[in-house]
Design a protein around this ligand. Sequence first.
Ligand SMILES: [Zn+2]
Length: 170
Amino acid sequence: MKCPFCGYEDSKVTDSRPADEKIRRRRECMKCRGRFTTYEMVELPLLMVEKRDGTYETFDRNKLIKGVFSAIKKRPVTIDQVSEIADYVENYFANELRTIAGSKEIGDLVLNRLREIDPIAYVRFASVYEDFTDIDSFVAAISEFEDISEAGASDKINTITEENKNGSDT
Ligand SMILES: [Zn+2]
């Protein structure tokens, strides 16, 4: 971290605190004693997602958020809550020091949180997600599901819930 006053490479940190998703650091130049502030991104370890077909891709927080958003359309779920779900997933694997996560594991973590937040969003997500890394087909499936539920077939939701129960028992 170069000193902005004299260009010297070495500085010491005099204070460090979180600011939004960054860390704010007060630094003091070891040469000219000039003081300056830096904002540094918090780096999460790289997480790989193992898809159902056995291939890998890097975890993409935005993709996850996009998928959850499809499930919460017109539901009383806030952006903050969706962001918290993404934090929860990321922190879960970071805390476990895991660098590989199964796509199904990620889906299950999302479901756990959605169930607490909004049962309808939970059912929507549960009924269509197969592989969260395949967001395009997920979004398409959600839209179809929405057309059905908007036609007033609330028993369709019950049917799907039953199917999920049966599915998880096997
Ligand atoms: Zn300096």
